[in-house]
Design a protein around this ligand. Structure first.
Ligand code: COA
Length: 198
């Protein structure tokens, strides 16, 4: 997977018969990468959630509580894949989506794409439409995770623009960041990375 400088991204296939098991496997991937970068044993790591900037509840951006560090991270899991990004001192957000034909694509497209982008997507063949809309959805979720806020915000105000060859600067809820779709080696997934700008 290709990423900009200064951000470590790791993707892995996660096994497990149930969603909770696969979630546990994704957390093992996250903890292993953080422990490796921090040079500490995995069991010593303590992660916690910040407060949500939207409502003050305990479901904001996750962070490392112990050991003390400036590393920031983000986690996504979908289907049988997990994706983790870690960066020093900058907000990151990652998202991963299984490209599925079962989604209500039009409704999703209306939530996150500008009218001109929807017209462009409508000219594509069906499988490419799914990739385009879900790729945009992954960019949106990556940005929201970098902000630390969930899907409760009005998404009409959050446009990540059409797909670009590399990181695209965007401003989301007052945070300046770049967002890009990541190149995955599995055609049935789309992924995105958002990184805060200083
Ligand atoms: C962040 C969010 C958009 C991702 O959801 P998703 O697509 O279902 O799941 P993903 O696999 O892509 O990502 C899940 C991971 O995102 C991370 N995450 C959760 N909340 C987050 C937040 N506020 N900011 C950044 N990352 C967050 C966690 O690491 C989570 O993994 P975990 O649930 O296994 O601990 C969704 O969890 C959300 O909206 N969370 C906040 C919602 C909320 O509680 N709102 C209440 C009203 S304000």
């Amino acid at each position: 997977m290709t990423v900009g400088t200064g951000v470590t991204v790791r993707r892995a296939t996660i096994s497990g018969a149930s969603a909770p098991r696969r979630r546990q496997a994704a957390h093992r991937l996250l903890r292993a990468l953080l422990a490796e970068l921090l040079g500490c044993p995995v069991p010593d790591l303590v992660l916690e959630r910040r407060v949500c900037p939207g409502c003050g509840g305990p479901h904001g951006r996750p962070r490392v509580r112990h050991p003390s560090t400036t590393l920031e991270f983000s986690l996504a899991h979908s289907g049988r894949e997990a994706l983790v990004a870690v960066a020093d001192g900058i907000r990151v957000g990652v998202d991963l989506q299984v490209v599925s034909a079962r989604r209500d694509l039009d409704r999703l497209a209306r939530r996150i794409l500008a009218p001109s982008e929807r017209e462009q997507v409508a000219t594509l063949a069906a499988p490419d439409q799914h990739r385009a809309v879900l790729g945009a959805w992954a960019r949106t979720e990556a940005c929201l995770k970098a902000c630390g806020i969930g899907l409760e915000v009005p998404l009409a105000d959050l446009r990540t623009g059409p797909p670009a060859a590399g990181p695209r600067p965007v401003e989301v809820l007052g945070h300046r960041m770049t967002v890009e779709n990541l190149v995955t080696d599995r055609a049935e997934y789309v992924a995105a990375l958002a990184c805060g700008l200083q």
